[in-house]
Design a protein around this ligand. Structure first.
Ligand code: UDP
Ligand code: MG
Length: 319
């Protein structure tokens, strides 16, 4: 099979049939063999009825339905689990992403050898409020910097294409759909490209991601991804190192506080109590924090030693 299209959706009853017809038209024109997997993320409207009806009519339509709303990432995860096509396309259900982009995305994966091609919504800014575009720019700049994928402008675009290996090798969870290129890179898929895509205003329903907390959560997710990919397998290397340095600084300053007292006593001066010196408290705190950090590293290492993932490597080829 050439292409699997994965569509995560939550309350998009008005758009599904139209989206399917559009995908079908593009696929038929280009003579692709394909499947469409609708991942119903616990919709409370009639989305699932529409999908069931389509699946009855068209054998290439499949559906997965969650009992409740888990989020876009879990929906993608379950879709990825089922795909069979050589190239996997993800797109939003709200008709903002255009299926007309599919043939070129397919070509970039198949002929140009990309592992992942991300859409870049070029005409998005018309109409979008500043409160959405400025955080989005900041978000993308940070994601580029932290992930080291410098050529992507739009991490969060729902329209993306993947080589099948990629989606079978990564685990999208929580709200990590924003960082799939980063997950792919961490799994060893480094040929990541971008294609400018048409993007239109939502026609039916409302956006399911609103407000500022998505940016806050986005940053926290990025930090934890960065941390896991850098130190996840060796927590002691960071905590143990920081802890040792802190402890050493504390120890040295404690010694100097003590030495100062002894020298004063030796010379017959009255040095006062060591507890009167601010340096005493600073060294005490530093030593305590150092010990804590060291312990955190030690616990982290014990956890990773017992984790089932500890010997989970991405093997590319075996002969
Ligand atoms: N979506 C989902 N589960 C959720 C929220 C959203 O499956 O909990 C789907 C939604 O139906 C749409 C896609 O994710 O197909 C992108 O959502 P939306 O268009 O609301 O995001 P925006 O384009 O406003 O960023
Ligand atoms: Mg949308």
């Amino acid at each position: 099979m050439d292409i699997s299209v994965v569509v995560p959706l939550y309350n998009e009853e008005e758009s599904i049939a139209e989206l399917h017809a559009w995908i079908k038209r593009v696929m038929d024109e280009n003579k692709f063999s394909y499947e469409v997997i609708f991942c119903n993320d616990g919709s409370t409207d009639h989305s699932w009825d529409v999908i069931e009806k389509l699946a009855g009519q068209y054998p290439e339509v499949h559906g997965i339905s969650f009992r409740r709303n888990y989020g876009k990432s879990p929906a993608l995860y379950c879709g990825f689990d089922k795909v069979e096509g050589d190239v996997v396309i993800t797109m939003d259900a709200d008709l903002q992403d255009s299926p007309d982009e599919i043939p070129e995305l397919y070509r970039m994966i198949k002929e140009d050898g990309y592992d992942l091609v991300s859409g870049y919504k070029m005409n998005r800014r018309q109409g979008d409020p500043l409160s959405k575009t400025i955080p989005t720019k900041l978000f993308n700049a940070t994601a580029r910097k932290v992930s080291g994928i410098h050529n992507l402008h739009d991490f969060n675009c729902g329209l993306k294409a993947y080589r099948k290996d990629v989606v079978k090798s990564i685990e999208v969870y929580g709200e990590m759909h924003r960082y799939i290129p980063y997950l792919a890179k961490n799994a060893g898929f480094t040929k990541i490209g971008e294609k400018r895509v048409h993007h239109q205003a939502r026609q039916h329903g409302v956006s399911k991601f609103m407000g500022w907390n998505r940016f806050v959560n986005g940053y926290l997710d990025l930090m934890s991804l960065w941390f896991i990919s850098t130190f996840g397998r060796k927590p002691m290397h960071v905590f143990g190192f920081l802890g040792s340095i802190m402890f050493l600084i504390g120890l040295l300053s404690a010694i100097s506080v003590g030495a100062y007292k002894l020298i004063c006593l030796y010379n017959g001066n009255n040095p006062g109590l060591v507890t009167d010196s601010p340096y005493f408290y600073i060294s005490l705190t530093t030593m305590l924090i150092g010990t804590q950090l060291f312990l955190a590293g030690f616990l982290g290492d014990m956890i990773s030693r017992n984790s089932q993932e500890r010997n989970n490597y991405q093997i590319n080829k075996v002969i």
